[in-house]
Design a binder for this molecule. Sequence first.
Ligand code: B12
Length: 301
Amino acid sequence: MDQLLSPKQVAEAIGTSESSLKRWCDLGLLKTVKTAGGHRRISVHEALRFVREQNHAVVEPHLLSMPATTDRRARRIEGSAERLTEALLADNQQACHAIVFDLFLAGESISRIFDEVVAPAFRSIGEKWECHEAEVYQERCSCQIMLRLLHDLRSKQVPPNPNLVALGATIEGDQYDLPVTMAEIVLRSVDCDARLLGTSIPFDSLVKAVQAHSPELVWLSVSFIADEAGFMEGFQRLSTAASKTRTAIVVGGRALTSEIRTRLSYSAFCDTMRHLEEFGKTLRRQPDSTPKKARNTRKNA
Ligand code: B12
C-alpha cells in the first residue's frame, strides 16, 4: 500500500509551512485522504505528483522516500547522460538513482529522461564496449542497475486508471528489457494501465494474451530480430488477432528498419519514448463508451 504522509511531513519535505500546505490541500491542489480520527493524510504518489506539477523544490527528499540529491547540476538534463554513464560504469547505484530521481523531482517528463539521458548513456556504454573501453560485466551490471531503478520509478508513479489496459513485450529471442520496461513506465505516466508481460515471448503466446485480455493497446519493443521471415509471419498473426479485439499495436525499437516497417501492419511506430507518450495521450481522449472503435483504422507510419 502507498505510504501516507501528514501535511507537516510534506511541508518539511518541500521546505514550506504547514499552514501553506494545508491551504493548498483546501484549494484541492493536493488530494488528501482522512484517517479514522479525521486527520488529513497525503500519499507519497500524490505528494510527488504535486511537487512535479507545481515545480516545487524538494529540500528533504528522504521524507518523500526519494534518494538524496548529489548536486544541483543533477537537476538539468544537460550533462546528465555523461554523469549517468560514469555512475553506471562505476557500479554506483546510489549516484544513478540520484541523477534520474533529481530530474524526475524537477518535473522533467519521464519520456525525456529516458530519451535524452538513459538511452544516450547506454549508447555510450555500447560504444565503449565496442572499443574495449568497457568490460562486458560493466555493461551487464549497468543493465541491472537501470532495471532496479526503473522498477523503483514505476513504484513512485500515481496508480493508473484501470480502464485503459495495455500489454507489452519483446518477441522471442529479444532479451533487451530496458526499452520495453521504459515504454511501460511512459504509458503509465499518461494514465494507461500498462502491464509488461516480459521479454522473449513467442508470437503465438502474445496472440493468446490479446485474446484473453482484449487490451486497448499492445506495445512491442523490437531491438533484435533472430529470424526475419518468422518475425513477419508472427507479426501478421498478432495483427490479425489485434484487429479482432480492436487493439492498437504500437511498435518501436532499433531493429525495426524502415524496410521492415513497410511490410508490417500496425497502428503507430514510435522512434522515441516521447512519441509513445504523445500516442498514449491520444488514447485517453477517445470517448469512453467507444474506446477502441474510433481507433480501428490502421495506418502505417
Ligand atoms: C545492453 C545491451 C545488450 C544486452 C541487453 C540486456 C538487457 N537486459 O536488456 C544484451 C546482453 C542482450 C546484448 C546482446 C548483444 N548485443 Co547489445 N547492446 C546493449 C546496449 C549497450 C544497450 C541497449 C539498451 O538497452 N539501450 C537503452 C535503450 C532504452 O535504448 P534504445 O534501444 O536506443 O531505445 C530507444 C529507442 O530505440 C526507442 N525505443 C526502443 N524500443 C521501443 C519500443 C517502443 C514501443 C517505443 C515507443 C520506443 C522504443 O526508445 C528508446 C529510448 O529513446 C546497446 C548499445 C546501444 N546503442 O543501445 C548494445 C548493442 C545494441 N548491442 C550490440 C551487439 C553487437 C550485441 C551482441 C551481438 C553482442 C554479442 N557479440 O553477443 C548481442 C546480440 C544478442 C541479441 N540476441 O540481441 C550492438 C549492435 C550493433 C548493430 N549494428 O546491430 C550495440 C549497438 C552495441 C555496439 N555499439 O556495438 N546487448
